[in-house]
Ligand binder design. Structure first.
Ligand code: NAD
Length: 559
C-alpha cells in the first residue's frame, strides 16, 4: 500500500520547454530527470516507481516522491538536498557551486550487506534499491545501454569475426529495460539475434519500439527466421516468447549452434529471474510464496548456465553480460570456475571492454531538457565535427539516428574518453550559450564506467593486480566529483549484480551556458574519467599508464 498512497493524479512525465518550476536550472534538471525516469514510457513498473533492472526505483514510494518534488521546487541556489535511499532527509546551506543534490542509495555496512537483510529493511520502508541510474535520476530508457551493448558486440566482432557480426547468430534472453537493447545492438553490427523473453507483452512492446524486428510464432519459426537471415547476411532480430532455462536445453537437443551466447535476464535478484513453468502460475507463485519462487528461480538459473556451458563446449563464444547469472548458478551449486578460480566463461568487461576503460572511455550521455529532439540532432552534428576521425562514433550516430527512437526526454549516449569528455562538454555548453539548442543540457553517465565502480563479478572482474573488490575507488570518485563541482552526485550499493556485490557512484552536471559552468564542466569532465585512468594505472595496466603520461593525468610516482 505504501507505493500507491499519494500517487499523483496526473501521470508523471518530464516537463518540457524553458519555464522553470524550480529556482535554478540545476534543481529543475534534477526534477525533470526524476520525472523522466518515472514516465511510464520510460519506466518498467510505473505504479511501483520501478525504472529498470529488476526493482531499481527512482524514489522510495509515491509519498517520498512528492516530498522530493516539493523540496526541489523550494531549493535555493545555495542549498543542497540530501536523499537517503529514495527519501529527502535534509536540506543544507552550502554554496552555489556545490551539488544541488547528494544521493546515497541501498548502502549497508559491509558485513550486513546481503540481499536478504536488505529485503527486510526494504519491507520495513527503510531502504530502496537504486540500481545504477534509476535512483540517481540519469536513466535515459533503453538507449542508455544500447551504445554500450553496441560497443561490446563491436569489440566481439573485432576479436572473433573480422570486424562485423554479418552471418552470425547471437542467442540471448531478456527484453526489459536494459536487456531490450541487445537485439538492436546486434543488428547494428549486422548480425542476427534470437532473444527469449517469457512475458509476451514485452516481446510485442520491443517490436513496436523497433528494438526487435519480428516476433516468432514458436521455436521452429524462430529458427527458420534466424537461419534465413544468417544465410542472407542480413542484420535481423527475432523475439521468442519463452523461458531461457527451457529453450536453451531444447536448442542443444536440436543441435542448434549460435556463434555467440549471452544473457541479460534480471538474474542478479532471484525475485526477478523467472523460473520455468506456465508464466501466469509462476508470477502468481512470486506473490503467494516468494521463498518457493526463489528456490525455483535458482534451479532454473542452474539449468540455464549448464546449457550455456555446453554450448561453449560445442564452440559457441559465451560471455556474461553483467547480471551475475554465473554467480547465482554458483550459489545454486553449479561449478562455474576452472582450476584457477576463474569463471569458465568471461564477463564482458575483462573480455572486451577493459582496454576502453584504460583510456577513460565509458558511457557518457546527455539529455535535452527542452524535450525537443532537434536539440539532440544539433548536438549530434557538433559531435561529428568535434571528432571527425572517430569512425565507430560516426557509425553509431548514423545508426542511432536511423534506428533509435527517442523515449522520454530526447537523449544521446556515446563512449568518450579522457580529454574527449571535457572537450565535448564545453562544446555543448557553448551551444547552450549561443542559443543553438533551446534549453540547458544535462550531462551524465552510467555508474558502469571506467573509474566509478567496484564490482568483482562485472566491471572489476579479474583485475591485473587482484584488486577486484577494493571499493575505495567509487567512494573517491563521488568525493572527487563533489569537490570538482558536479550538480548531483550519488553513491550506491548493488547495482547490476545485486546487493553486496558492487559499490558505485554517479555524477551529473548541467550545461547552462554560463562561463562559470564552463569552468565546472572542465573540472568535472576531467576528474571523472580521470578516476578511470588512476584506477587502471594503479592496477598495473600499461595502456592506462601511457594515457596518463600522454594526456597529462598526474599520478604520484608514475615515471
Ligand atoms: P529488467 O528487469 O527490465 O528485464 C529483464 C527481463 O528478463 C525481463 O523482461 C524478464 O521478464 C526477463 N527474464 C527473466 N527471467 C527470464 C528467463 N528465465 N528467461 C528469459 N527471460 C527472462 O532488467 P534489465 O534492466 O533488462 O536488466 C537485466 C539485467 O542486466 C539486470 O541483472 C541488470 O542488473 C543487468 N544489467 C547489466 C548491464 C550491463 O552493462 N551489462 C547494465 C545494466 C543492467
Amino acid at each position: 500500500p505504501m507505493f500507491y498512497e499519494f500517487k499523483p493524479e496526473e501521470t508523471v512525465k518530464a516537463a518540457h520547454g524553458t519555464t522553470l518550476r524550480c529556482k535554478t536550472w540545476e534543481a529543475e534538471a534534477a526534477l525533470r530527470m526524476l520525472e523522466n525516469n518515472l514516465d511510464p514510457a520510460v519506466s518498467l513498473v510505473y505504479d511501483e516507481l520501478i525504472v529498470y533492472g529488476g526493482a531499481g526505483r527512482a524514489a522510495r514510494n509515491w509519498k517520498e516522491y512528492q516530498t522530493i518534488v516539493k523540496t526541489l521546487k523550494e531549493l535555493e541556489a545555495d542549498e543542497t538536498m540530501l536523499v537517503q535511499s529514495g527519501k529527502a532527509v535534509g536540506v543544507l546551506k552550502t554554496w552555489p557551486h556545490a551539488p544541488r543534490v547528494l544521493i546515497a542509495n541501498s548502502n549497508l555496512v559491509p558485513a550486513w550487506s546481503t540481499q536478504e537483510y536488505f529485503d527486510e529493511l526494504d519491507k520495513m520502508g527503510l531502504m530502496m534499491y537504486g540500481q545504477m541510474t534509476a535512483g540517481s535520476w540519469i536513466y535515459i530508457a533503453t538507449q542508455g545501454i544500447l551504445q554500450g551493448t553496441y560497443e561490446t558486440f563491436a569489440a566481439m566482432a573485432d576479436q572473433h569475426f573480422g570486424g562485423s557480426l554479418r552471418g552470425t547468430i547471437t542467442l540471448t534472453a531478456g527484453l526489459g529495460g536494459m536487456s531490450g537493447a541487445q537485439p538492436l545492438a546486434v543488428t547494428m553490427n549486422d548480425g542476427v539475434c534470437l532473444v527469449i523473453e517469457p512475458i509476451d507483452e514485452r516481446v510485442k512492446q520491443k517490436v513496436r519500439e523497433g528494438y526487435v524486428d519480428e516476433q516468432a510464432r514458436d521455436l521452429t519459426h524462430a529458427l527458420e527466421l534466424c537461419e534465413r537471415a544468417k544465410a542472407d547476411g542480413k542484420g535481423w532480430s527475432v523475439g521468442l516468447t519463452g523461458n531461457a532455462a527451457t529453450i536453451l536445453p531444447r536448442l542443444l537437443e536440436l543441435g542448434f549452434n549460435a556463434e555467440i551466447v549471452t544473457d541479460q535476464t534480471s538474474a542478479h535478484d532471484l525475485m526477478d529471474y523467472i523460473p520455468e513453468g506456465e508464466i501466469g502460475e509462476v508470477l502468481a507463485l512470486r506473490e503467494a510464496n516468494p521463498d518457493e519462487f526463489k528456490r525455483q528461480a535458482l534451479a532454473s538459473i542452474v539449468k540455464h548456465v549448464e546449457a550455456i556451458l555446453e554450448m561453449q563446449k560445442r564452440g559457441t563464444i559465451a560471455v556474461d553480460y553483467g547480471n551475475n547469472l554465473r554467480g547465482q548458478a554458483e550459489k545454486g551449486g553449479l561449478n562455474v570456475r576452472d582450476e584457477n578460480g576463474h569463471f569458465l566463461y568471461p564477463g564482458f568487461v575483462p573480455g572486451y571492454i577493459r582496454p576502453l576503460f584504460c583510456e577513460g572511455k565509458g558511457p557518457f550521455r546527455w539529455a535535452a531538457l527542452s524535450g525537443d529532439p532537434q536539440d539532440i540532432l544539433r548536438i549530434d552534428r557538433a559531435l561529428l565535427e568535434t571528432f571527425p576521425d572517430n569512425k565507430l562514433l560516426a557509425r553509431w550516430i548514423e545508426k542511432a539516428q536511423a534506428k533509435v527512437p527517442f523515449i522520454g526526454l530526447p537523449a544521446r549516449v556515446c563512449w568518450l574518453g579522457y580529454g574527449e569528455r571535457e572537450k565535448f562538454g564545453l562544446v555543448i555548453n557553448d551551444l547552450v550559450a549561443r542559443g543553438e539548442v533551446s534549453a540547458p543540457i544535462v550531462i551524465g553517465r552510467d555508474h558502469l564506467d571506467c573509474g566509478s565502480v567496484a564490482s568483482p563479478n562485472r566491471e572489476t572482474e579479474g583485475m591485473k593486480d587482484g584488486s577486484d573488490a577494493v571499493a575505495d575507488w567509487p567512494l573517491l570518485n563521488a568525493l572527487a566529483n563533489c569537490a570538482s563541482g558536479a550538480d548531483w552526485v550519488s553513491l550506491h550499493n548493488g547495482g547490476g549484480v545485486g546487493i553486496g556485490n558492487s559499490t558505485h557512484s554517479g555524477m551529473v552536471i548541467v550545461a547552462t551556458g554560463t562561463p562559470e559552468k564552463a569552468e565546472r564542466l572542465r573540472r568535472v569532465l576531467t576528474t571523472d574519467p580521470g578516476m578511470g585512468i588512476f584506477r587502471h594505472a594503479d592496477a598495473g595496466y600499461e595502456l592506462a599508464q601511457d594515457v596518463a603520461r600522454e594526456r597529462g593525468a598526474k599520478i604520484p610516482g608514475l615515471k
